[in-house]
Design a protein around this ligand. Sequence first.
Ligand code: COA
Length: 263
Amino acid sequence: MANIFRDNLLTGKVAFLTGGGSGITLRIAERYASHGTHVMLIGRRQEKLEAAVAGIRGAGGSADSCAADVRDYDALQQAFKKTNELWGQIDLIVCGAAGNFPAPVLGMSANAFKSVIDIDLLGTFNTCRGGYEYLRKPGASILSISATHAFTPIPLQAHVCAGKAGVDMLSKVLAVEWGPSGVRVNVITPGPVDDTEGMRRLAPTEEARANASAKVPLRRFASKDEIADLALFLSSDAAAYITGSIVVCDGGQSLSGHSLGLA
Ligand code: COA
């Protein structure tokens, strides 16, 4: 039985992480790598990916990268092939690529709405659909990074609310369809997380940060480490019977209604 406080939980595993060049998903990759997993970082910008890979290798981990936009199914296929050729079957997928900007519905074009739906929802579909043939079956785990937007209507965030609601439901359907093959599919739902591109966009000033923190029962943002610890647990055999779950890690934020203080 795995002991999550002592064991090296993911030794020798292979992980594929979209949005892995920065933010929460990079921290998850770093956590995986520190537990002995080979991590493939996927993102749009090669420079950013190379810096992230260098950081992981510098800390003694095994990492590589492949530039691909999750909206491009063929580019993702190339990235999966590369990962498979390098390290074999894929044990862990993290769908972490996301897009966001604050704007009211009347302040966004149809293309603006579509761009976030394409990154968040279609990108998650592309990653799961394209990755399935490369997954270790049984035993693989897929995690998507959602947001409290999926079940809380937040002004200026219609695109993200719609996209993340889709991600949650897609993940539940995949858990049902792929459970018999031994593939688990779960969702992590963070609230506000410190030192991320998302919060820099949504709470760019000290006043906005204080306003957002005040709405969280624990009165602070999460750290990226706290989200990475949850990802580590959900990806490991310690969570072998957990699938189709939306795991909220938001300091209680979603209990207090919409709370980003955007409008
Ligand atoms: N308000 C209203 N519309 C906006 C906008 C804003 N702040 N920012 C972008 N848009 C619109 C653009 O005008 C464009 O619409 P148009 O063609 O009708 O003019 C549309 O969104 C697409 O913009 P573009 O910059 O071409 O898309 P992109 O694919 O390069 O970028 C985004 C995607 C817009 C989601 C961009 O914010 C992004 O790349 N985000 C990734 C990083 C990120 O958001 N991280 C946080 C995750 S929580």
